[in-house]
Structures are given as structure tokens and as C-alpha cells.
Write a protein that binds this ligand. Structure first.
Ligand SMILES: [Ca+2]
Length: 315
């Protein structure tokens, strides 16, 4: 286990993380366009198509899936659109506790546990969390020099990104032993996979397909809604053939076709975190799916709650 990376391993403990003062939150205060919640943000996340950019959103290599085939079966069946094609709103089915000091950057669910990556320099972590208590029963801190970002489970491994450090980590899913460190050329924001390819966001309107073992870029995808590029794509979850992406600093999740990049609809999560819980809370971030129980979970950075929601049509 790398001592440089790992600051500590704590079992069965709910830790008092270092204070998450906003002076650390470079990531939460960066807002070059001044986008805010609501309709203004809707404009803020869309950008014009770059002149001369071809409409074909798939770069060469995306369709060359041969290398990645057969590693893990792709998940293509099940409750399509999570029961809600097009634009959706939500019903809360269950409320779980969430560590209000967890600056959630990556969230996945498997076999009764959440796996979570948190950010901020000095308190970034990887944790396996008990849903009922919200407490981590397995957790490591990252080096103070890195800012934890997206997280995905790929087979028996966990893959975690960092923000500006351009460094990713591969861990044994059960022991959290660091197996590999790798590097990439963009910022790291969100990560998920379609069974054969890793899918990565970097805060722009581009999603990257990576080979799951070499981490080489095998394709890119420009995400667009009604012809306009959608930027600030953040935490991701691939569910039944659709890429779900938080759009940073909004209450919305984009539903993205993985072959064209077209946004087929939006999930509007306005009002999800009750006003009494908003003190100290940051933005919506974190989508996880229980493939066995067909349950969808969402939370946010420094949110005291995590929600199981059901999607309903938004008329
Ligand atoms: Ca996720």
C-alpha cells in the first residue's frame, strides 16, 4: 500500500473529517460564467457549436470496441429510461443519512454499500459506506496533494480520478489496496462505464471513452442538447444504455445517448434537499444505481442526506 497516497485506513468508523472550509473549495467556487441555479444556469451550461465542428459527434476510435469487448458484459436491459423517457422530475422514496463533511465527487452502489470518492485538498477520501447509518466502514484518505474526483466499480476494482492532478488510482474493491496509478491528459471529473469502456467527464461538454486497462482514450463524444453543446458534465452513471450526468452547479441531470451524445431529456431535481438541510451544503453531485434492486440514488457535496428517488414525467 502506498504510504504516499494513503494517509490512513480506518475501519468501522465515522470520522470527523477536517473542516471543509470554503477556502479549500477551489472546485466549488470556480464559476467563470457566473451560472447560477434555474433558468440562467440552463443557458450557462450550453455553448454554441464550435464553428466548423462536424455534426458527427463520434470521433474515430469510438466504434473500435474490439479491444474492450468481453471484459465485462454491458448492461443493456432492465427498466429502460428508469421508467421515465424524456424530461423527468422525481418522487423521494427513501431518505438516507449522508456525511455532511463528504464533498461527494464520485458515487456508486453495489451489493448493499455505497462506494464514494470525496474531494477537497486535505480531506479527499475513498470510502465504503453503510447506507443506513451513512458511516464509512472502510475508508482511506488520499494524499493532501490531490483532490479526489469520480469513482467507478469495474469488476473487482475501484477506479478513482483526481481533479487537476491528472492521476487515477486503481484499487482492489474489497481491500482498498492500491494496485495501480495511471495518468491522463485532461482534468478528471466523473467516471462510469458501459461494461467495456470507461466513460469520463472533465467538466467540458466532451465525454471520453477510455480503455479499461490501458486508460487510453479510444473515443470522444460531444454532448449536445438541441444542437448546443452541454458543458460542465460532472458525476456520471451509466444505466441501461443511457449516460446520466450531473451538470455542475445546477439541479439537473442530463440523459445522454452514448452513441450520439444527444441529450434525450433532463431530470429536474429542484427542491430535493429541504431548506433546513441546505446550510453548508454545496451542489447536487452523485448518481448511483442499484442494478439488482432497480433503485436510483442521488446526493450532493456536503449534503446531510442521500435520496432514493423515482423518476416521474415532467409535463
Ligand atoms: Ca456515479
Amino acid at each position: 500500500m502506498s504510504s504516499r497516497l494513503i494517509m490512513g485506513l480506518i475501519l468501522m468508523a465515522s470520522l470527523g473529517l477536517a473542516g471543509a472550509g470554503c477556502e479549500w473549495m477551489t472546485h466549488c467556487t470556480h464559476d467563470p460564467e457566473g451560472a447560477i441555479e434555474g433558468e440562467i444556469a440552463e443557458e450557462g451550461i450550453l455553448e454554441g457549436i464550435v464553428e466548423g465542428e462536424e455534426e458527427g459527434q463520434i470521433s474515430e476510435g469510438l466504434l473500435d470496441e474490439g479491444e474492450a469487448d468481453g471484459i465485462i458484459e454491458g448492461e443493456t436491459e432492465g427498466n429502460p429510461d428508469l421508467g421515465c423517457p424524456g424530461d423527468c422530475t422525481y418522487e423521494v422514496l427513501h431518505v438516507y443519512p449522508h456525511d455532511p463533511e463528504a464533498f461527494t465527487q464520485g458515487l456508486v452502489y453495489e451489493n448493499g454499500s455505497f462506494y464514494e470518492s470525496t474531494g477537497l485538498y486535505g480531506s479527499s477520501s475513498l470510502r465504503k459506506v453503510d447506507p443506513e447509518s451513512g458511516s464509512p466502514y472502510q475508508m482511506i484518505y488520499l494524499s493532501k496533494a490531490v483532490f479526489g474526483e469520480g469513482l467507478t466499480i469495474f469488476g473487482d476494482k475501484l477506479i478513482q480520478l483526481t481533479w487537476r492532478e491528472k492521476t487515477g488510482y486503481v484499487y482492489d474493491k474489497n481491500s482498498f489496496e492500491l494496485l495501480q496509478e495511471f495518468h491522463y491528459n485532461t482534468e478528471g471529473w466523473g467516471i462510469t462505464h458501459d461494461g467495456g469502456r470507461l466513460i469520463v467527464s472533465d467538466g467540458s461538454s466532451t465525454l471520453y471513452y477510455w480503455h479499461p486497462e490501458t486508460f487510453e482514450v479510444t473515443g470522444t463524444l460531444t454532448v449536445r442538447y438541441q444542437g448546443q453543446a452541454v458543458r460542465r458534465l460532472n458525476e456520471l452513471e451509466y444505466i441501461h444504455g443511457i449516460i446520466y450526468a450531473n451538470v455542475w452547479e445546477t439541479n439537473r441531470i442530463a440523459k445522454i445517448a452514448p452513441d450520439t451524445g444527444e441529450v434525450a431529456g433532463w431530470i429536474y431535481l429542484d427542491g430535493l434537499l429541504p431548506p433546513d438541510d441546505q446550510t453548508g451544503a454545496d451542489v447536487l453531485n452523485g448518481i448511483a444505481y442499484d442494478a439488482v434492486g432497480d433503485r436510483l440514488f442521488v446526493t450532493g457535496k456536503l449534503w446531510p442526506k442521500l435520496f432514493e428517488i423515482k423518476l416521474t414525467p415532467r409535463w
